[in-house]
Design a protein around this ligand. Structure first.
Ligand code: ADP
Ligand code: MG
Length: 448
């Protein structure tokens, strides 16, 4: 088997770091090249969840880097250690596969604990409420509604609460799931005539935790079902915890009676972390991953990235990856190389204009048509792609995105998002085109 030249791997990773933008994840440092032969670069990933992520989001990124590095038409594939059964050359340890394959049923992340969650002014109330609930579920704040924009720790807090309750109250029936899963379960239950089982399952939970409840906005029947689930649990003093990317009243298309119930207990907002909190987070995350960061590098990263914590983690990963592949110590020059020395140039947010520019030139459509009422497929399709990209790459709300495209409402944007997501899952070539577009937009947005 052709072992991958470390210098080549270094080059590939450097390119990935340079052009990967927000797609870089902390565990990328654990990626290992397995082999390069017959035009295929095999890369080992830590587990099934990471494999799914790589396949969906960074195949194109790695393929381009591999092709640039080798100067050949190379494909890339991501394997878990279980799939990579070949004995490693020097007897190195094979990573044990420990991630469940169906993340939908086992969505816990072991790292999401209270201990690993840094307390700061931006998240104090939400954290305190979660801690109080984990001590006496159903008795303090019910429901607890946590909201804040993406990457600020909602999922982390929700899961930390579940971990803690599972630890202190063995046998408690905890249902933690994303709202999307709840919606899908409901639809499946209706289709299969299994509503009874569905109701039994959710209405007998001791603790029901639903992440990203904004997903209810477009689903009237599920809202109705959720309303009854909520009432049943609430009346029997079972704990309900919800997270959302906005406050209850801002969720588009949400029934009034649900909005009012979401406000019955405690509504806690999480804001962007301040500099001091970011410093503490970078320090903790690096320590958790056994990455030694000098103080000046910690401050540099915390000063440079102020939007969300997932991006902070991505930045740590980039620095660590660069140090690893270049076999250099982590210092300020290396961090500047990995993240770019000029904060303004690298931090510009992606705008809808960036997306429009990329899509109009790729699909050869006019901007005016995308923003018109025209519904012909040659225009509606690129418009849906724009909406999908805007939803996934910018912070704009559904209404704002709809507004950019001929004053359409949020349900049209949600529909576009789902249509494109579905096709993406079914059509590998389409997925590659989309990924490429997203990377182009990110590279431009990052000023690279
Ligand atoms: P959200 O659900 O709000 O989009 P997540 O809970 O997924 O955000 O958080 C994104 C990442 O940031 C996670 O890896 C999480 O561990 C980390 N994170 C967020 N807030 C904190 C915090 N206060 N302390 C430590 N890590 C945090
Ligand atoms: Mg989340």
């Amino acid at each position: 088997m052709a072992v991958v030249d470390p210098v080549l791997w270094q080059r590939i990773i450097q390119q990935v770091v340079a052009s990967g933008g927000n797609f870089i994840r902390p565990w990328f440092t654990k990626l290992e090249p397995i082999s390069l032969e017959h035009g295929l670069l095999e890369i080992q990933v830590p587990g099934a969840r990471e494999q799914e992520y790589c396949r969906r989001h960074v195949t194109r990124l790695f393929t381009e880097a591999a092709q640039a590095g080798t100067g050949r038409l190379v494909g890339v594939c991501f394997l878990t250690s279980a799939e990579n059964t070949t004995v490693p050359p020097d007897g190195a340890e094979v990573l044990v596969e420990d991630t469940p394959t169906d993340a939908r049923w086992a969505p816990y992340n072991e790292d999401y604990t209270f201990k690993a969650f840094i307390n700061g002014p931006s998240n104090r109330l939400a954290r305190a409420a979660c801690l109080a609930i984990s001590e006496s579920p159903g008795k303090t704040y019910n429901p607890l509604f946590i909201h804040g924009s993406v990457g600020l720790g909602k999922t982390h807090l929700l899961q930390a609460t579940c971990h803690e309750i599972a630890r202190t109250t063995p046998g408690a029936n905890i249902s933690y799931l994303s709202c999307e899963t709840f919606v899908n379960h409901f639809i499946e239950a209706v289709e299969r005539g299994q509503l009874h089982e569905f109701r039994y399952r959710y209405r007998h939970a001791d603790i029901l935790v639903i992440d990203d409840i904004q997903f209810l906005s477009d689903h009237e029947r599920t809202q109705e079902e959720f309303f009854h689930t909520f009432n049943t649990l609430y009346q029997s003093q079972k704990q309900i915890i919800l997270s959302c990317d906005r406050g209850p009243a801002q969720i588009p298309g949400l029934e009034e009676r649900l909005i009012s119930r979401f406000n019955w207990g405690l509504v806690a907002r999480i804001d962007r972390p301040c500099y001091e909190t970011r410093v503490a987070i970078v320090r903790t995350k690096a320590r958790l991953r056994d990455i030694e960061l000098p103080e000046e590098v910690i401050c540099f990263i915390a000063g440079k990235i102020d939007s969300n914590i997932r991006e902070l983690e991505g930045a740590i990963a980039k620095v660590a990856m660069l140090a690893q592949v270049c076999d250099r110590p982590i210092d300020l020059p290396l961090a500047e190389e990995a993240l770019g020395a000029d904060p303004v140039a690298t931090r510009r947010e992606i705008t809808i204009e960036d997306i429009l520019n990329a899509v109009t030139s790729r699909f050869n459509v006019r901007l005016a048509d995308l923003q018109s009422k025209k519904r012909s497929r040659s225009i509606a399709f690129p418009r849906q792609i724009c909406m999908y990209l805007a939803r996934n790459l910018t912070r704009h709300s559904l209404e704002e995105i709809g507004g950019y495209f001929g004053g359409r409402d949020h349900t049209t944007v949600l529909h576009a998002n789902r249509t494109i997501d579905k096709r993406r899952g079914q059509d590998a070539q389409f997925q590659a085109t989309l990924d490429l577009l997203a990377q182009e937009i990110q590279a431009n947005g990052a000023g690279v």
